[in-house]
Design a protein around this ligand. Structure first.
Ligand code: ATP
Ligand code: FE2
Length: 332
């Protein structure tokens, strides 16, 4: 019998729920929180999710019904245990527990970072890639080895997306800053030197972001945006390349909202080409936070018997991908 799972994502600003089976996304409904000013306010985002959770799930089940799906066909309810903003995680976890109880199916608590990886593998030909996961709050280089997704490199301070957004705010640009920085960078003339910070296999963006803000005083915004991107992306590509060399893998998969950036894709593509590796980028809707990725990882875990007792379904805002016991990959 086919397995069907509902997943709810709401670790940050995006509340999104989806129903998947093994081959397709059968329904998806998203309700995005957008702060009136500045960045994301965790309690306001959680309030947003609390306000819309019931409606999003109702609309999702309606959409499923239109595609011939009954609530009784659903085998499990998945949600993110973390990482993410505590108040948002707790709100969505409560909704997921209630839904699992009312449908009388198991609950599956998943790791948000691992969900980005698995949907990328689902929606591209990548099988065993080195993954560059770059989003607002997260920046990590991951790869599977012996029952875990190991973290080969990661940010020592803030995620690249949040670093972009912080710089953009200081430059008077509206949220989210990433796409605006990419736009300005296209019209640059000169590279302005900025601090390149890679320590071992880890990277740091906080100092770079501050230096870029300072550089705005004496350089055109186009040049600063360009230089900021070139520097930050070179750091990410360097660590990804070293992870490829170290693991001997032949594929790179890009994940997370910052993966929308065309210059980052181009740089990764060149690096992969040089090394004879394949480079994969999923469709944009599967790169940023989405309900389908939670549902899909929930499906993989459910099939492998990894379900979560309601009594042990506490969220963990700092949940690391390398803490997850990967039960759904069988080694050949
Ligand atoms: P997470 O919870 O995984 O940290 P998130 O809530 O930040 O994710 P995502 O959709 O994965 O959400 O990523 C959003 C980030 O992506 C924002 O910081 C935004 O500025 C950045 N971003 C979006 N498009 C681009 C782009 N074209 N270039 C650079 N950054 C981008
Ligand atoms: Fe994410």
């Amino acid at each position: 019998m086919e397995t069907i799972v509902i997943g709810i994502e709401g670790t940050a600003w995006n509340l999104s729920a989806a129903i998947v089976n093994e081959t397709d996304v059968l329904a998806e409904v998203t309700e995005t929180y957008s702060p009136k000013t500045g960045g994301i306010h965790p309690r306001e985002a959680a309030q947003h999710h609390a306000t819309y959770a019931a409606g999003v799930i109702r609309d999702l089940l309606e959409e499923g019904k239109k595609n011939g799906l009954k609530a009784s066909n659903i085998n499990a309810v998945a949600f993110s245990l973390g990482p993410g903003l505590g108040p948002c995680l707790r709100t969505v976890a409560t909704a997921a527990r209630m839904l699992a109880l009312s449908l009388d199916v198991p609950l599956v608590g998943v790791n948000h970072c691992v969900a980005h990886v698995e949907i990328g593998k689902w929606k591209t030909p990548a099988r065993d890639p080195v993954v560059l996961y770059v989003s607002g709050a997260n920046s990590q280089v991951l790869a599977y080895r012996a029952g875990r997704y190991r973290v080969f490199g990661e940010t020592l301070d803030i995620g690249i997306g949040n670093a972009f957004d912080k710089f953009a705010r200081s430059a008077g640009l509206s949220h989210p800053g990433g796409p605006k920085i990419e736009e300005y960078a296209r019209n640059a003339d000169t590279y302005v030197p900025l601090p390149y910070v890679v320590k071992g296999m880890d990277f740091s963006f906080s100092g770079l972001s501050t230096a870029a803000t300072d550089a705005l005083k004496s350089n055109p915004i186009e040049d600063v945006c360009y230089s900021y991107q070139e520097t930050a992306f070179a750091m990410l590509v360097e660590v990804t390349e070293r992870a490829l060399a170290h693991t001997g893998k032949g594929e790179v998969l890009l994940a997370g909202g910052v993966g929308a950036n065309m210059r980052l894709r181009e740089m990764l593509d060149i690096m992969c080409d040089d090394r004879g590796a394949s480079f994969y980028v999923p469709e944009k809707r599967f790169m940023g936070d989405n309900g389908a990725m939670i549902a899909y990882l929930g499906l993989l875990m459910f099939k492998a018997g990894s379900v979560t007792d309601i009594g042990k379904s506490h969220v963990n805002p700092n949940f690391r991908p390398d803490d997850v016991d990967v039960t759904w990959i069988t080694e050949d």
